[in-house]
Design a protein. Structure first.
Length: 320
């Protein structure tokens, strides 16, 4: 049986799909606890019922994305910012003869928040310190990339004054219990270039127009990418990914989260596990390869405060 045949029909409601034997078995096999599985099913069903954006998504991708977060013991509450489900409208796939092999559909994408990265790192028990911060104008000077330190550091103590200052860079740092430490610094220009290159839903030129109020009101929905909604939040996530993946301790749990971040998940053909689809929907802004362009739905669930301002559209199972 192919994965396509195992997928529930797009028109089937999630409340119906979640009650099928295949999906129930998937939940129980993944979580390993019938009571926990029953709570998960009740929570995700309620979350979808009150969220029109999720209702448009393929049921299998909703379940698989939420189940991945649950299996990683990450909290779905938007206020905690550990992981999110983001609807994407994928274009139809065709073979070389132009025949449609997969129709256009809306799928839920699993996106790990930067606080999720921190949570997974702390669970290793190896980190004495782990932090990521935006750098404001005038706070740091004389960055030495070899020594990994600044010659001068003067952080602005007044919160409101600091928030009003322009961001000039981002810094991430960790120290192991054994004393090993690593620091990474990127300028704001570096981060902008990174987002412009690797996020298929972001344009640096368009972002400047958005900041200047040059985008018509009826076109704002097109700018719902994580990078548009909260550049600092996505920048912090990028810094942690770069720092931890290259120099940090990567447990099996962290590796799973890292590899599946920004992916659309689906149940496998037997309903016994989760499989990531081809990485063509990612907007985590971290892929080092150029993915194809995708079309976002008008309603997406982006980073909530402090990551974004659309908390009411994010998946909040914990609040149910």
């Amino acid at each position: 049986m192919t994965m396509a045949k195992a997928m529930q029909p797009q028109k089937m409601r999630f409340s119906q799909a979640i009650q099928t034997p295949m999906y129930k078995n998937l939940v129980n096999n993944t979580l390993g606890d019938p009571a926990r599985g029953a709570r998960f099913i009740a929570n995700i069903t309620s979350a979808v019922a009150v969220n029109p954006a999720l209702q448009e998504c393929n049921p299998g991708t909703i379940l698989a994305g939420a189940l991945l977060g649950e299996s990683l013991l990450l909290q779905p509450s938007p206020q905690l910012g550990q992981f999110y489900l983001v609807p994407f409208k994928s274009k139809a796939k065709r073979d070389r003869q132009g025949n449609v092999i997969e129709p256009a559909s809306v799928k839920a994408q699993f996106v790990l928040g930067y606080k999720g990265y921190i949570q997974l790192a702390l669970r290793t028990g190896q980190y004495k310190r782990l932090n990521v911060l935006e750098v404001k104008a005038g706070e740091l000077s004389g960055w030495d990339p070899f020594e990994e330190r600044f010659h001068e550091m003067h952080f602005i103590e007044d919160f409101e004054k600091r928030a009003a200052m322009p961001t000039v860079g981002y810094i991430a740092h960790f120290e192991y219990i054994n004393g090993f430490e690593k620091t990474l610094y990127w300028t704001a220009d570096q981060m902008m270039a990174h987002a412009d290159k690797y996020s298929q839903a972001f344009s640096a030129a368009a972002y400047k127009k958005l900041l200047n109020g040059e985008i018509p009101q009826d076109e704002l929905w097109k700018y719902s990418s994580f990078w548009y909604k909260n550049f600092d939040g996505m920048s912090k996530k990028t810094m942690l990914r770069q720092l931890i993946s290259k120099w940090g301790i990567m447990t099996a749990e962290m590796t799973t989260a890292y590899e599946r971040d920004g992916r659309v998940m689906m149940p496998d053909s037997t309903g016994s596990g989760l499989l990531p689809e081809a990485a063509e929907y990612a907007d985590a802004g971290q892929s080092e390869q150029e993915p194809p362009k995708i079309e976002r739905t008008a309603k997406t669930m982006d980073l909530p405060e402090p990551e974004a301002d659309a908390v009411e559209e994010a998946v909040d199972l914990a609040a149910l």
